[in-house]
Design a protein around this ligand. Structure first.
Ligand SMILES: C[S@@+](CC[C@H](N)C(=O)[O-])C[C@H]1O[C@@H](n2cnc3c(N)ncnc32)[C@H](O)[C@@H]1O
Length: 378
């Protein structure tokens, strides 16, 4: 059931985008496949909305949104409910659970960046959080709350960026120290009808098991992700641009005398889709480019053109590169980029006069992406 009782502001602030039932089915498929005697566990959704994840009797739902809880009570009357802030005074007794109860946490917590919350409609107490689950992102706070509840298993949806971006992964702190990803499924944020206007990003349906050793970032780098389109990928399969050039402002590393051009900060593929590449002037978030690194920035400039051929699941990844293939043909990228930004011809030479650089560049991206190359898009 789609959420229908909140206005736009509250929907954004609470992250109330409800989950289609086929995705809830996937959560239960992962649980049944991986957890022996799953029926012995109590299922808990601490951000339950209308209760779409609550199936059967041993289930508990909680939500800060009173109307949502009332609807859930009518939809699934056999569950137990709590109308509270699940990030404040987090403890098992708040759910009527003892320390030895076996629990599986399911759901789809809100994942807003708390700095982008639409200010004036916030009631202060709605956003109180225990200090040990504080994070810039509400979704990361929820993952930390699952650790605080010492759930035996966690099977929830969250942005894939929590795992693949190193800084986010580190922010998972006690969660990553105590849980290990054991099975998963990647889908596009576009499946949530209300959010599809923005650029799609990857969401993971992730099953975590509480584990003495947790997981290291290196485990995620090698992990094979499977997407709903039947594609498989791992972070290790690509070399990325950050290995060759600065992605962030580098004023304290590069002298202005050595600077030949400026480039906009590069975050990930989705950010590059929206931002500029070469800049005429230096700004607080521009990168200084030295002559020797120029071809790599031309590469990123051309990469941006090919983003429509990159699938949503690489949206939060770094710009990918095949350095050997690129090195052999870098003059083509430079020439193509100068054609777009004639001002660059003053700071880098394009060596040859190519009659056709479109085809080889296209071939380069087809080879780079292989089975992931997206041929058509709307
Ligand atoms: C993405 S919706 C998920 C709803 C439901 N589980 C589903 O997927 O259909 C996120 C839910 O989290 C609730 N929520 C947001 N902040 C909360 C908090 N601090 N404590 C409890 N629930 C919260 C919202 O009211 C909303 O119902």
């Amino acid at each position: 059931m789609d959420q229908k009782h909140l206005d736009h502001k509250s929907t954004v602030n609470l992250g109330s985008y409800y989950t289609p039932s086929w995705l809830v089915d996937i959560v239960y498929t992962l649980i049944e496949k991986n957890i022996p005697n799953a029926s012995d566990y109590t299922i808990l959704d601490t951000s339950c909305g209308y209760g779409g994840f609550l199936r059967g009797e041993k289930t508990i739902g909680a939500d800060i949104d009173q109307k949502a809880v009332e609807t859930a009570q009518t939809n699934s009357p056999e569950s137990k409910y709590f109308n509270h802030n699940s990030l404040y005074e987090i403890s098992r007794p708040h759910y009527g659970l003892t320390n030895d109860a076996k629990i599986i946490i399911v759901g789809n917590p809100p994942y807003n960046d708390t700095t982008s919350i639409i200010r004036n409609s916030i009631k202060r107490n709605e956003f109180m959080r225990d200090f040990d689950v504080m994070s810039r992102d509400l979704g990361i706070s929820f993952l930390l709350s699952y650790d605080k509840l010492t759930a035996d298993y966690v099977c929830v949806l969250h942005p894939l960026s929590y795992l693949i971006k190193k800084a986010n992964f580190e922010a998972l702190w006690q969660f990553k120290n105590n849980y290990k990803l054991i099975d998963s499924f990647v889908v596009s944020s576009g499946v949530f009808s209300a959010t599809s206007k923005t650029t799609s990003f990857p969401i993971i349906v992730a099953l975590y098991e509480r584990n003495l050793f947790g997981m290291e970032y290196n485990y995620i780098e090698n992990y094979k992700f499977i997407t709903s389109e039947g594609k498989t990928f791992s972070l290790r399969q690509y070399d990325t641009i950050g290995k060759y050039i600065s992605k962030y402002p580098n004023k304290n590393k590069v002298n202005s005398d050595d600077t030949v051009a400026y480039f906009y900060t590069m975050r990930d593929v989705n950010a590059l889709k929206r931002t500029a590449t070469f800049l005429d002037n230096e700004t607080y978030n521009s990168i200084r480019i030295t002559a020797d690194k120029m071809p790599y920035y031309c590469y990123v400039d051309i990469f941006k053109e090919y983003i429509p051929h990159i699938p949503y699941y690489f949206g939060n990844s770094d710009v990918m590169i095949n350095n050997d293939a690129f090195t052999e043909m870098k003059d083509l990228f430079v020439t193509k980029s100068i054609k777009k930004h004639p001002k660059l011809s003053g700071c880098i030479e394009s060596k040859k006069n190519y009659s056709d650089f479109e085809q080889p560049v296209k071939m380069y991206f087809r080879n780079l992406l292989g089975e992931h190359y997206v041929d058509s898009h709307d």
